[in-house]
Ligand binder design. Structure first.
Ligand code: P6P
Length: 336
């Protein structure tokens, strides 16, 4: 008799994880389910972005000085809404919000976690149908419960993350999240409207043949970075090739592909962004947490991303992230 392998939904998986940890309060499981719900709502709008008047700029400019697309605003409101009305999150920081928001109601003030989001990363690609994504990071609050969260609850080093993940709105919609117990991927099954476990216990291959970098900035990179990139190109001639360059311009898609297939993603310092372009708190830290749990590495070129002590909510960082073997090789080029 054919036995259908029971495919766990996100809800079933998080509840299963709770059963394995009897002392778990269920707050993290509830928070992850809330994020999954908001992701399904965002997915509906992303999938029809070409059909409704949701394209184009919302007429605003966000704290990053970037034109805000209506979908950015919609996504931000969806994630903020489910978390504000949930039982697990006391406040959020977001690329779309100038400052953090303490939800400041009795239930939220007694919640254990805070979240940081890039609600819709790569949103410049919305109008041309390139994959985009949501990135999130979860910390235990460090200020006492019973009061609104404070800035220090958000300015924690990435090593303190309890969980981190992303949703990639691509050929299929996937939610991937890491806890200290592992990295698991869930694909949205439209037939039941649920994220279903499709990629259990993701490990990043120790080596890969993909390097991801914006070649348009090549001559702005430090010499040692240029040397490493040319080393990757030479791999096509020497043994160990062929290396290939893949760069979508949407971090979630680029890092997701390299997580699964193996590879390295780089956003080095450039002349106009000497401190890097990507945001430490809600782009670099969550992916650094995910890649390390999956066996990879992530640095800013000088130190482990997860050990950087944040000073500002929207601070930028350089980023080198991917397969451990490739990162070890890169580090031989970056050593002072
Ligand atoms: P560039 C998108 O705007 C983003 O923040 C990331 O998703 C992406 O990896 C990066 O910027 C692309 O930047 O300068 O190469 O276009």
């Amino acid at each position: 008799m054919m036995v259908n392998r029971k495919i766990l939904t996100l809800d079933e998986f998080t509840i299963q994880q709770m059963r394995d940890f009897p002392h778990a309060t269920g707050e993290l499981a509830s928070l992850l389910r809330d994020i999954g719900l908001a992701a399904k709502r965002v997915n509906v709008e992303v999938n029809k972005a070409g059909l409704v008047d949701i394209l184009g700029d919302a007429g605003e400019v966000n704290v990053q000085g970037e034109d805000v697309k209506k979908l950015d605003v919609y996504a931000n409101n969806q994630f903020m809404g489910v978390l504000k009305h949930g039982i697990s999150c006391a406040g959020i920081g977001s690329e779309e919000l100038d400052d953090f928001i303490a939800f400041d109601d009795p239930v939220s003030n007694n919640s254990k976690y805070v979240c940081l989001f890039d609600p819709l990363d790569g949103s410049g690609n919305i109008d041309v149908n390139v994959s985009i994504g949501t990135i999130f990071s979860v910390y235990r609050r460090i200020t006492p419960k019973g009061q609104p969260v404070k800035r220090e609850d958000f300015l924690q080093p990435g090593i303190n993350q309890v969980a981190a993940g992303y949703i990639v709105y691509g050929s299929s919609t996937m939610m991937v999240y890491a806890s200290r117990r592992g990295v698991n991927g869930f694909t949205l099954d439209p037939s039941i409207g649920e994220f279903s476990l499709s990629h259990p216990d993701i490990k990043c291959p120790e080596f890969g043949k993909i390097y991801s970098v914006n070649h348009g900035n090549f001559f702005q990179y430090d010499q040692n970075v240029q040397d490493y990139i040319q080393q990757c190109q030479r791999k096509n001639i020497d043994n160990g090739g062929p290396y290939t360059q893949r760069y979508i311009g949407s971090m979630v898609s680029d890092v997701h592909r390299n997580l699964i297939k193996g590879g390295i993603f780089m956003y080095p310092a450039t002349k106009d962004k000497p401190g890097g372009k990507l945001r430490l708190l809600y782009e670099c830290n969550p992916f650094a947490f995910i890649i390390e749990v999956a066996g990879g590495k992530a640095t800013n070129g000088k130190e482990r991303i997860l050990e950087v002590i944040p000073e500002k909510l929207h601070q930028r960082s350089t980023l080198f992230i991917g397969s451990k073997g490739m990162m070890d090789e890169l580090e031989t080029f970056l050593k002072p």
